[in-house]
Design a protein around this ligand. Structure first.
Ligand code: ADP
Ligand code: MG
Length: 240
């Protein structure tokens, strides 16, 4: 069996003359929690957009569990097993909590009891105990994030890609979010883009650092934190 869950090779993506990603290689082993850090504009979200099929890479190959998913439409990539969340939470404010999760169930057009049970289960997994008939628009940020997670987990992804999941949360919520992400490791592979070093060091087994669309380092959090250029970048911007 292939030990690699994700194998992205030589990924490049340009927007006009701007090279957002240049020949980036990233692989993720099964059971490994992979982190990605880098300054604003370094190409992190673009990387998730390319892997999840939101954007097509200009070049490169992407294997999920050995299957080629590069340049496939987003819904095909989703069915292959990649789910992602967004830096700015994407949920349907006018739908209820329950309807939001059901909307994430791939290939289910019906709303039978089986789907509703699965949606309840996904909500329980993320610890969201809000009234299921409540409008999602009424939820606070942490609950919105958890709802977005639940709407992805219902499709039972092989790989869940999280784009800055603690952005805007208070310290107590950040601790809870770290615990939640830890607990999700049992269900699927997790890839996390994060700005905060503390979050990365407490979660990631390995960290990829992107700078100007290029991979600078790819190593354990401890080693990455001692890397001279990483220190300069993070102390320089006060993000550490
Ligand atoms: P990060 O997530 O690391 O902050 P992004 O991947 O969002 O960085 O952006 C990388 C670069 O690509 C930035 O210069 C950004 O302005 C640019 N960019 C991202 N998405 C688009 C797009 N859809 N069209 C044009 N430029 C984009
Ligand atoms: Mg981003």
């Amino acid at each position: 069996m292939n030990d690699l869950l994700l194998e992205a090779t030589d990924i490049s993506k340009a927007f006009g003359g701007l090279k957002a990603l240049s020949n980036v290689n990233v692989s993720q082993r099964r059971g490994e929690l992979l982190g990605m850090i880098g300054p604003n504009g370094s190409g992190k979200s673009t990387f998730v957009n390319v892997i999840s099929g939101t954007l097509k890479p200009d070049s490169g190959e992407i294997l999920l569990d050995g299957a080629n998913i590069a340049r496939r439409p987003q819904h095909v990539v989703a069915r292959a097993g990649i789910a992602r969340t967004f830096q700015a939470v994407k949920i349907f404010d006018n739908l209820t909590v329950l309807e939001n999760v059901l909307a994430g169930a791939l290939g289910h057009s019906s709303m039978g009891t089986k789907e509703v049970d699965e949606a309840r289960e996904a909500l329980a997994r993320v610890g969201l105990t809000a009234d299921l008939e409540q409008r999602a628009g009424a939820l606070g940020l942490y609950d919105r994030r958890r709802l977005e997670f639940a709407s992805r987990l219902i499709s039972r992804p092989k790989l869940l890609m999280l784009d800055e999941p603690v952005g805007g949360l208070n310290p107590e919520e950040i601790r809870a979010m770290i615990g939640l992400i830890q607990s999700l490791r049992e269900e699927c592979g997790i890839f996390i883009i994060e700005h905060t070093m503390k979050v990365i060091t407490s979660l990631a087994d390995r960290v990829v650092v992107l700078v100007n669309g290029k991979k600078l380092v790819d190593d354990s959090p401890q080693t990455v934190l001692r890397h001279r250029e990483v220190i300069d970048i993070y102390l320089g911007t006060g993000d550490a």
